[in-house]
Design a binder for this molecule. Structure first.
Ligand SMILES: NC(=O)c1ccc[n+]([C@@H]2O[C@H](COP(=O)([O-])OP(=O)(O)OC[C@H]3O[C@@H](n4cnc5c(N)ncnc54)[C@H](O)[C@@H]3O)[C@@H](O)[C@H]2O)c1
Ligand SMILES: [Zn+2]
Length: 247
């Protein structure tokens, strides 16, 4: 393992451009449950049944209850050692660094990263279906306040997150694809690699012969595109690697 870590640190050190993609696994040590894997979210409902526009149309209160519940968990969470290790990478690579995240939890922003592409939106933003405004909203609502109403027009609002079956913001996806196609090291962290189109980004990097590194506690859909796979907790492994990069 030590040898592998040295090799990876060396690859990162010699990189001109680095792109990082993170998934729910990076926030697990901050106390935010992942969707898949052992301690999946909500036992009664499956996220794929709640995180859809159809579910919202059918029962907006239930969908908002689910986001309210997740807001509560996420609001209490703090970035962990892995988020801060990624901040160090941005400090080293500056404009040659891109962070793509599938997470909606803001923990990368909270850690201090600047160049972040939030592929799936942000749980602390609310979007109005009537006036189209998107605004910051980290309210934990009482049950009888759900579903909330637009603070501008009183219209129907939803969380500003991308649901299953919905398209990603084209501009953000284009930037993510470009960053994946132009890096020489691609780091893929804590994602099951099954949610598209995010899951195709490591393949884009691999196709242009970037060195793809995966860190996950188990093999994932991304492993086949990876030049090195490290099966370890990211909050333990990434700080070690970044320390070596800085030496
Ligand atoms: N924190 C969040 O914002 C959050 C939480 C849950 C789900 N989601 C959403 O769920 C979707 C699911 O995709 P996903 O791939 O991000 O998550 P996922 O739940 O499908 O997969 C999580 C992955 O993280 C790995 N993992 C768990 N703990 C780890 C650790 N300590 N170190 C390294 N790896 C670890 C698991 O093995 C798994 O492969 C995304 O669209 C995302 O928006 C977000
Ligand atoms: Zn409105």
């Amino acid at each position: 393992m030590e040898e592998k870590i040295f090799k990876i640190a060396e690859k990162i050190k010699n990189a001109k451009k680095i792109t990082v993609i993170t998934g729910a696994g990076i926030s697990k040590a901050s106390g935010i449950p992942t969707f898949r894997g052992k301690d999946g979210l909500w036992s009664k409902y499956s996220p794929s049944e709640l995180a859809t526009y159809q579910a919202f149309t059918k029962n907006p209160k239930l969908v908002w209850q689910w986001y309210n519940y997740r807001r509560k968990i996420i609001k209490a969470a703090k970035p962990n050692a892995a988020h801060y290790a990624i901040l160090e990478l941005e400090k080293i690579f500056k404009n040659n660094f891109t962070l793509i995240t599938q997470n909606i939890d803001s923990l990368h922003r909270q850690a201090g990263n600047k160049n972040i592409l939030e592929l799936h939106g942000n749980i602390f933003e609310t979007k109005c279906l009537i006036c189209d405004k998107i605004y910051f909203d980290d309210t934990i609502y009482e049950d009888d306040e759900l579903p909330p109403k637009c603070k501008f027009c009183g219209g129907k609002v939803r969380p500003n997150v991308v649901w299953f079956g919905e398209n990603l913001d084209r501009n953000i996806l284009d930037k993510a694809m470009e960053a994946s196609a132009q890096c020489d090291v691609f780091l893929c962290i804590g994602t099951s690699g099954v949610v598209q189109p995010a899951a195709s980004l490591p393949k884009i990097a691999s196709d242009i012969r970037a060195f793809v590194i995966e860190i996950n506690i188990e093999h994932s859909g991304v492993s086949i595109y990876s030049d090195e796979v490290i099966i370890e907790k990211v909050e333990e492994m990434l700080p070690k690697i970044v320390d070596l990069v800085k030496k």
